[in-house]
Write a protein that binds this ligand. Sequence first.
Ligand code: KG4
Ligand code: ZN
Length: 358
Amino acid sequence: MAILLTRPVLGIESSCDETATAVLDPTGRVLAEAVHSQETDHAPFGGVVPEIAARAHLAVLPGQIRQVMARAGLNFADLGGVAASAGPGLIGGLIVGSQVAKGIAIAHRLPYVAVNHLEAHALTARLPGLVPDGAAFPYLLLLVSGGHCQCVAVEGVGQYVRLGGTIDDAAGEAFDKVAKLLGLGWPGGPVLERLAASGDSARHDFPRPLLRRSGCDFSFSGLKTAVAREVAKHPPGALPVSQAANIAASFQRAVAEVLADRAGNAMAMMRDRDPAARLLVVAGGVAANGAVRAALTREAEARGFIMVAPPVRFCTDNAVMVAWAGLERLRLGWTDGLDFAPRPRWPLDSEGMFRGVA
Ligand code: KG4
Ligand code: ZN
């Protein structure tokens, strides 16, 4: 049954290495939000350390929630619901966010929503004001982050069809691994993009895995291996910056071309499912990459689609998207029991995501 929401919704994100809190009013307007990145905690280890992440969420979240509520000028009793990412992700962090959300829900007798983090990415484009005229269903989602790389037909809240995905690394993971090979630090995507700006993208003809094959699966491990072989031609630490820049630019170009090619097939598949589909939404950290965005924009235009990427702060992990997904579910009257256990793995097209027509 559709429900008229009249109170704000609190959202909590803690599935990976961002601790985030947001409060949205019932129309989706952001009343207050905060994102704490744990980047400096994990950087010395060259990647996210799950135990450090869980402890950092626990240390930061309670104070962050108090601050965000204060900035929004709200008490918990003013809320209409609490939503938290409950998977997929690192179990320690998911437990922290879910338990805090459940505690608030119990103490203030509020509805609780266990949000699928991927659904939160998928529905972000529907935040009021992000896409001109709104992102009406159905649309195609290309999710390209450090942990995910998939094409999804978004047909309604809870209604997702996975059209294809990576068979090995995620696109962001490939950026991170290549950046590490080049000695650029972590996370690698933004630094690699900066270095690539001064390089020649035609210098190395790296492989484009699965290019021009049917379907929209992805593969990046062969490309990463080819880069590793190129880097290994130089003694450790002796790769000149100009040559590192050529490698970075050539790698970035290969990824952009592969993503555009695969997304092109996904757009054709989407059209077959629904001839009215015309929107390609790109989300996840890799959507911040200029070369990737340009290649996807060109491909979308060639296929009569419009490509939109939410602003970078909504593309990367945040709690606004979690609160929004909670809001979309609460409007449909879909809530979760306090016995809902967080799920490290939770595919978007799992049973139970859709609860029926309002
Ligand atoms: O969505 P996100 O913040 O976190 C998750 O993985 O869920 O994405 C982070 C990923 C990292 O792998 C990072 O290297 C990549 O997105 N990334 C980029 C850029 N900015 C972030 N990759 C390429 N170019 C960028 N400018
Ligand atoms: Zn994410």
